[in-house]
Design a protein around this ligand. Sequence first.
Ligand SMILES: Nc1ncnc2c1ncn2[C@@H]1O[C@H](COP(=O)(O)OP(=O)(O)OP(=O)(O)O)[C@@H](O)[C@H]1O
Ligand SMILES: [Zn+2]
Ligand SMILES: [Zn+2]
Length: 860
Amino acid sequence: MVSRVDDMSNSPSGLILAEPGASYRPGASENQWVEVLVDCPGVQQDQQQEQKLYTYRLPSELDVQPGDILSVPFGAQQIGAIAIRLLDSPPPDLAPTKIREVEEVICSGFFPTYYWKLLEEVAQYYCTPLISVVRVALPPGLLARSQRRIRLKPEKLPNNADTVIHPAASQILATLKTQVDGDFSWKYLQRQVRGASWGLKDLIKRGWVESYLEHPKPTRPKLRQAVTLVGYTFTSDLTQRQQEILDVLRRRGGDLWLTELLQTCHTTSSTLKKLEEKGYVVIQEREILRTSTEPTVAADRPKALTVQQAEALQVIKSLDRCAQVLLHGVTGSGKTEVYLQAIAPILNQGKSALVLVPEIGLTPQLTDRFRARFGNKVNVYHSALSDGERYDTWRQMLTGEPQIVIGTRSAVFAPLPKLGLMVLDEEHDSSFKQDQFAPTYHARTVAKWRAQIENCPLILGSATPSLETWVNVTQRGKVGESLDWNPETVNQTSPISPSHYLSLPERIQSRPMPPVEIVDMRQELKQGNRSIFSRSLYNALQKLHSQGQQGILFIPRRGHSTFVSCRSCGYVVECPNCDVSLSYHYTHEGATQLLRCHYCNHTQLHPPHCPECTSPYLKFFGSGTQRLAQELTQQFPQLRIIRFDSDTTQTKGAHRTLLTKFAHGEADLLIGTQMLTKGLDIAQVTLVGVVSADGLLNLADYRAAERTFQTLTQVAGRAGRGDDPGRVIIQTYSPQHPVIQAVRRHDYETFAQTELEQRAALQYPPYGHLILLRLSGLDAADVENTALRLAEQLSATESDYEILGPAPASIMRVARRYRWQILLKFPLDVPVVLPNLAQLRERCPKDISLTIDVNPLNMM
Ligand SMILES: Nc1ncnc2c1ncn2[C@@H]1O[C@H](COP(=O)(O)OP(=O)(O)OP(=O)(O)O)[C@@H](O)[C@H]1O
Ligand SMILES: [Zn+2]
Ligand SMILES: [Zn+2]
């Protein structure tokens, strides 16, 4: 096993690119084989959704490059495939005579070559087959959308054709002949003709028909009629009405959708037809891309920047190649405005920009701000889009037109040619990391590689930077070379990708940071207050309504807090599939009371009696958002409340609707979970209350402190963003906890320093590296034994890493699968030699799945 450090030192760019025998050189003539990804229903995937690559020979006349779409023989069929990489030699385990030839290149240059470098790098770093990366990167069903078609070769067809062949074949011929050009989709033929496959095989062998693949394009392009002004000099042959219509069209830029023009001018199609006949306009069908439609927003102009914003912008604008920027701006300091003004010149240079955000549904405001500034140059790309929308947005990117793509983590693979700038907003957010499925990539890490490969700057923005980023950008000298196992940091230390620390220490218009009051809930209890509201929070809520102000109440994410248990015997209702208690759900007055599992979504009715002892006192405990809402309605009947959590935001667009209502003052109080922490900018919010900080602090995870600091600081930052000053009340049972104290003082640096000392002492990231092996399977004993065996094998090899575990995962069973994990901890000061993870995977029995989580964020 080669160490990664060696790999990298051999590669002049510091990147791990190709494996031996593979090459990315475009058009290099020595490449005679190609590995392809086929994507058709007949190809089986194994349990881990991994699909193998197939090797084909390249005919000498074909010039194939990674990313080209090819037509290849597969079994009896001719199917579409994506060229993944070129090989100098055939795989040793394949007899050369068994390798079939690529038929043709259907579509070349579909992806730029560098794109494949990026995918390959992700696969290698995250110890996963390339194919799993390809699946994350490409829109679903890309190849399925390229259509296989069959056409007649009339010149080859003998007169007596029908008499000599299989009935299915003759039926295919007959069908083909009904069309002038003898051309049909294979799907159609299959529907029309029984045994079509046999028939086709025969016909192809005889050379009477051929099979080809049509270019990938939307199966049902949406067409819409557009009216375009062509004549500009109006003569006397126009009626006044016609003249008016032409004027409208001209004022609107000479181009409108037919329906729009009809509406605007209250006219009819026949009037427009007449104008067309006279040669003043043309009416044409135009393909519209199903890029997602969002409400239009009023246009807005660049704001005059504060001195600090201007300084930051100046540095960013001066960057014209790979560089990493940490834009560390306190909440409400106007980071978004800096992004906007940094992107404007990029578009003017004909380049595009990529903006990554944690969860798009939660940030309609951010998307709106971009739309207000850049109009239809903004495309949104994330997994909640329909397949059609994703596919079209994706094609829109490939056009190379200057644009801005805003998306969630997988958008880091957005195929934008001419990338001029990348932004990761809220870079500390853990949703940038994918942890349950391969590749277990972090979008920030991938963005750094991409910045280097495409030589463009990357801005990481946050009020609470991740400690990794903080250390990398501000203390590089101190941690030194030893972080170099991680290409992420190799990139930064190499001279071509300098990093910059830019700080926005003040809010816009020098608004003060809101004072943070910490309430000791133990004292409240001592003094006889058993309510979930401290007196301080109670009073603040009382005043809210009378003063016409708005507030936010935050309660850490649901979980065990809303379990249902029997007050007589202590029985707790648990999920039949997972080792967790079910959560109580009661959405509104009169709704059915449900119990739901937050891991597998098992849902059942709330039983009226305890299943153990039949006691009727089966009640839910804890304080989820629902309980909070009920409590509020009882104690503050005058307060209008909006619940903002995963129950109330399930439908498409619900986030936007609720936030808009709140922003328009239709409620006094917004209550919810972690969703509230992300980028909400509502000027009227003066009060932020944290019902309990303890659930965050006590997570069994070495990142609990960091996450708590980030979450509380972010949620506190929603207060006082407008003209009225804000205030924050945090309720906790651990008021002296250093994290709570740092939040109170808005003191990121002290928090970071204290936390980093602990990380260093324990060699946790960023002063060490972790790899988490997650095992799961249906049989408890199998999973445990496999975990033990793998751990034994790992410890048998000479190595510098520490093995923690194996141990059952903190929730041992999820969706009927038992879960165990092994944690590998690598120190920084020795060259890291990775264990042979591929080999471990092979040694894992088939029915046990192994996910290798490199630099895990979530240890649960
Ligand atoms: N130069 C400026 N002049 C006036 N208003 C500004 C300026 N820059 C930004 N703003 C406004 O200040 C508010 C806060 O800005 P923004 O939301 O970008 O802050 P942020 O740093 O992203 O905050 P957070 O990290 O809390 O989301 C917004 O309403 C924005 O429109
Ligand atoms: Zn009971
Ligand atoms: Zn479950």
